[in-house]
Design a protein around this ligand. Sequence first.
Ligand SMILES: C[C@H](O)[C@H](O)[C@H]1CNC2=NC(N)=NC(=O)C2=N1
Length: 96
Amino acid sequence: MAELLNDEEIGKALGHLPEWRRVDGALERAVELPDFPTAIQVVNRVAEIAESENHHPDIDIRWRTLTFRLSTHSAGGITAKDVSLATEINGVVAAV
Ligand SMILES: C[C@H](O)[C@H](O)[C@H]1CNC2=NC(N)=NC(=O)C2=N1
């Protein structure tokens, strides 16, 4: 099972993920896409990655704004899996 990261480890990870913030026991990023179809394309690409890694984000979809929330449910907080998926989500968004 993935180990929970401590405050120092989370802070260090966020240093490399300036688009993300810590909200309660999760990493969170909101991103605005050019339009709704593009937002759904991003969701679909993230879904492929999440399924391949068996680690799934919470996704809030409001028109063209997506909010991703990452936590490891089985650990009850933030683990390296969340940091890894955040990095991959950044890559998907950057490729739009
Ligand atoms: C049975 C299945 O492997 C688990 O429920 C996986 C699925 N996706 C998951 N996603 C997240 N974010 N946390 C988990 O603990 C988790 N567990």
